[in-house]
Write a protein that binds this ligand. Structure first.
Ligand code: MET
Length: 500
């Protein structure tokens, strides 16, 4: 058997895990999710989800990777020959996500360039959709390739696959050692600037003002769990893959706490920075903060350019730093998500890392070109919604049910983690994974299926985003089903003898 690659240092592993966790989800997703779900009061479900699902699952995935020392499919195969498919599910979900995640980073590259002379002009919305994305087709149609997205996308893949070619220590670890400290410094500068803008206090007040009524609402809890899963890169096969490169003598539990709290601190920082800036924006345009809040694409690529336009000085530089930080946060996450399938096929087929990067990364890059077309944004939006809900959250649920209920591995894993870690796991960990997480995620899946399936038939609310049935079927359900079906099929191919 070939000697397994390893991280060079403990800090290298932690930086890589944090690099994966800190991503677009922290900067553009968290602030809006928190705001929409009760502002300050959202911290209660959020902290609950972090402590009962986020960190316990992170510890579980670190333990699985460390104990079985393989990519997610190989680790699940070694855990029990019948559960290999679960590893492939997570890998395939990650594969799909990587194809469009890369495109958002490409937009951020373009925007860091546009920032210099504020070329997005005053109407930032029409600039994004008409001038930049050239979105002039109906959902489901591709139209032609948009060169302004395609070329930065090429850069994204060149960097990502270049890092992955170099391997675990010289590639992933080395890149994160540069990306993450740089990102933290850049982001601190941005946040400091944002909270010292006039009106920032108003924005922060809106962000932190608790609306306690919301916490009795089930959907708020669902949102908190969803955010924790996405943000901590849990159920993506990522953390299993990364921890499979840990040396035998490594801490698990403490590393998981550092990663979890580090990620949440960054998220909170992003919330403060974003709302400080939104407060400024609201004051400039003489409206309430709630009127300028939006999440996702709108926040980063429509509202932020407006804020940058209004800034009193050094607008271009601030804009450049903001989009550069999105690029750095995104790249370190894209690297981690791509490593899941690269490690998976490398071991399954017994091929070299170079061949695996070429095959897996090459295929993902090719598919991602679909999202660089005129209709790309619609495909991206539908794929993102369905793969997150029916991919990530679903895999997370199946993972805890299989490990805790069917294979009854929690005692075994607890002993494994305790034997090498500073912090000892007690009943908190087993209750979280054996009872709380499956119950909450089970409810969450039930509710989601109900919303998305039933409304196809008898509800006036219509499809997600009002998309046509055929588009939802092919652009949404099929994408999620593809990941799960292909994951199953891959188990029929035998492992190359060098991996066993
Ligand atoms: N944790 C990442 C984020 O917050 C997502 C998973 S890795 C692509 O953006």
């Amino acid at each position: 058997m070939e000697k397994r690659s390893q991280w060079g240092t403990r800090a290298g592993f932690i930086l890589a895990a944090m690099g994966s966790a800190i991503g677009l989800g922290n900067i553009w997703r968290f602030p809006a999710v928190a705001y929409e779900n009760g502002g300050g009061a959202f911290f209660i479900p959020y902290l609950f989800a972090l402590l009962t699902a986020g960190i316990p699952l992170l510890i579980l995935e670190f333990t699985i990777g460390h104990k079985y020392r393989g990519s997610a499919p190989l680790s699940f195969f070694r855990m029990n020959k019948k559960t290999e498919w679960l590893g492939w599910w997570a890998v395939l979900v990650s594969f799909v996500i990587s194809t469009y995640y890369a495109v958002i980073i490409a937009w951020a590259i373009s925007y860091s360039y546009f920032a210099f002379n504020l070329s997005w002009g005053q109407d930032t919305e029409s600039f994004l959709f008409s001038d930049y994305l050239n979105l002039s087709v109906d959902p489901g149609q591709t139209g032609s390739l948009v060169p302004g997205v395609f070329f930065p996308l090429l850069i994204v893949w060149l960097i990502t696959l270049g890092v992955l070619f170099k391997g675990v220590k010289k590639g992933i670890e080395a890149a994160n050692k540069i990306f993450i400290p740089t990102l933290i410094v850049l982001f601190l500068i941005i946040v400091l600037r944002a909270i010292t803008l006039p009106g920032a206090a108003e924005g922060l007040q809106t962000f932190f003002a608790p609306n306690f009524e919301t916490i009795t609402n089930g959907s708020v809890w669902v949102a908190a769990y969803g955010q924790i899963f996405f943000s901590l890169s849990i159920a993506f096969a990522i953390m299993i893959t990364y921890s499979s490169y840990l040396p035998k003598k490594s801490d698990i539990t403490n590393n998981a706490f550092i990663t979890g709290f580090g990620n949440s601190s960054f998220e909170l920082l992003a919330g403060i920075g974003v709302f400080g800036a939104l407060g400024f924006m609201a004051q400039q345009s003489g409206v309430g903060v709630s009127e300028v809040v939006s999440g996702g694409v709108g926040l980063a690529f429509v509202v932020f350019p407006q804020i940058i336009n209004e800034m009193p000085a050094l607008n271009g530089l601030f804009g450049f730093l903001f989009f550069l930080s999105l690029v750095l946060a995104g790249l370190s996450s894209l690297i981690s998500i791509s490593e899941t399938y690269i490690a998976g096929i490398k071991e399954k087929l017994g091929i070299s890392r170079t061949a695996a990067v070429g095959m897996g990364g090459g295929l993902a890059a090719l598919i991602s070109v679909l999202f660089a077309t005129q209709g790309g944004l619609f495909f991206l939006d539908a794929a993102d919604y369905f793969i997150n809900q029916f991919g990530v959250a679903f895999v997370g649920l199946v993972e805890v049910v299989v490990v805790a209920w069917f294979l009854r591995k929690l005692n075994d894993f607890q002993d494994h983690a305790n034997a090498i870690s500073d912090i000892r796991l007690g009943s908190w960990w087993k209750i979280s994974l054996g009872i709380i997480t499956p119950v909450v995620l089970g409810y969450m899946m039930f509710d989601l299926f109900k919303q998305n399936l039933l409304r196809q038939f008898d509800s006036p609310t219509g499809n997600y985003e009002g998309y046509a049935d055929t588009f939802i079927l092919f652009g949404g359900w099929f994408v999620a089903a593809f990941a799960l079906v292909v994951g199953f099929l891959l188990t029929f191919k035998r492992w190359h003898s060098s991996s066993l």
